[in-house]
Design a protein around this ligand. Structure first.
Ligand SMILES: [Zn+2]
Length: 202
């Protein structure tokens, strides 16, 4: 089944291991477990209409169908992103404490891990096949291309102009023309995670 919908698209991407993962002292199992635990903590923060679509390596792809009130959907996604960054930081601290006893580079460098988020929106095709849901369309491609950008910084939220139009608070971020592989320049706003809204405690 294939249907078209307007959606807010999010990729949460964990980075920081590449600098030292070449070292033989890293336990692959430990490093993968650590990233998995962090991705799981992030995914646990998502709630309707934001849906986890799939894990892609050290990243997670989410989407929220915008429905009638697109700005409301975008604001909700922004608040959920705020919760994801908080959950990431909490889990990273918990893992670092729990793995203090292991001397492998994966466990010793948990503190080096960072989270980046990429937010875009547009009309996408949502395809369901054998129980799998796949997102397709040019905007899904643009979102992925954004990961390879020339933005400085280890932890940030990158919001495209299209998503910024739906969620105006993003305009508080720094304007940047991101040079993205295969798509050319994309106008984005770069926010620090601290600039994301935090949902009031339930
Ligand atoms: Zn270890």
């Amino acid at each position: 089944m294939i249907r078209l919908a307007h959606a807010v698209l999010v990729i949460a991407d964990i980075s920081g291991y590449t600098d030292f993962i070449v070292n033989r002292a890293v336990s692959l199992v430990h490093a993968e477990q650590i990233v998995s635990d962090l991705l799981d903590a992030i995914a646990q923060c998502s709630r309707q209409p934001l849906v986890l679509n799939k894990f892609e390596g050290d990243a997670a792809l989410f989407y929220a169908e915008s429905g009638e009130d697109r700005p409301a959907a975008a604001a909700d996604v922004a608040a959920q992103l705020g919760a994801m960054f908080d959950a990431f930081t909490r889990m990273r601290g918990r893992i670092a404490a729990a793995r203090r006893g292991c001397g492998c580079d994966g466990c010793q460098n948990v503190h080096a891990l960072r989270l980046k988020a990429f937010v875009h929106c547009g009309e996408i095709a949502i395809k369901t096949l054998r129980g799998f849901t796949e997102l397709a369309g040019e905007d899904v491609i643009v979102l992925h291309r954004l990961l390879k950008n020339d933005v400085d910084g280890r932890e940030y939220v990158l919001v495209t102009a299209a998503a910024c139009a739906l969620w105006p608070p993003a305009s508080a971020g720094q304007t940047h023309r991101a040079n993205c592989e295969g798509v050319g320049e994309v106008e984005v706003r770069v926010l620090s995670p601290a600039q994301l809204p935090r949902a009031p405690a339930a």
